[in-house]
Design a protein around this ligand. Sequence first.
Ligand code: SAM
Length: 276
Amino acid sequence: MNATLPPGLYIVATPIGNLSDLSPRAADILARADLIAVEDSRVTARLLRHIGARRPMLPYHDHNADRVRPALIARMQAEAVALVSDAGTPLVSDPGYKLVRDARAAGIAVTTVPGPCAAVAALTLAGLPTDRFLFLGFLPSKAGARAAAIAEVAAVRATLLLYESGPRLAACLAALAEGLGEREAAVAREISKRFEETVTGTLGILAARYAEAPPKGEIVIVVAPPGEAEPAALADVDAALVEALARLSVSRAAAEVAERLGLPRRQVYERALALK
Ligand code: SAM
């Protein structure tokens, strides 16, 4: 247990709330690392106290990463350097990928210690399809950029996972309802903590609920994929095609409508030919 760790970079996932979720292997690596690169040393100090360890820490965050990275890489040649974030899996909406990239380029061994991740935890709570999912991290906070980011993924046939803060939750849900339509969704809040809750409903209903009472705490939004092309959607396809065919060739009109409605291009093309 106390033997020296081989030199290299160790990516260590830490709890997203409940400290008991720290894996024994993560605790072992942290207790034996020569150095721990941290987001906030106060947060990691609390985790280290929980496992009865004291290790040297070095801040590594968005504001100093470019400056600090070369020295960290140099130390990994001879020492075991662990990377943690304040909560969850480093590199997921947190710093770290450039550290891994540069460590690999320098021929340094990279080891990961998998563990909690809020996005995956929320996916397991939502009761929505899990076979394909797309992690979007935090959407832009400005309305225009947020709407554009949502439009970009409207046709993607996957469950969507987003991080959001309490004060912005209602506006984000309303923008999702506007850009994606009335899809089923879930809001998973304070996962693994005392006030954990998961609320499900359509995007519009959830937006209205949280507009009245903005929630506290940390939040993941999970949104269902677009529905299968239902018979009712055929009228929408036809209307969109009639409009597009007035401006565009059959193939361009079909491509535009297929993308907008999230439908297979060939199916829409055949319908466009029939309408022409
Ligand atoms: N790297 C982390 C991970 O693996 O989940 C995510 C870091 S990101 C900076 C922090 C965001 O993750 C929060 O704003 C929130 O959206 C989400 N999050 C973190 N902990 C959470 C929790 N216990 N419950 C719900 N969401 C959480």
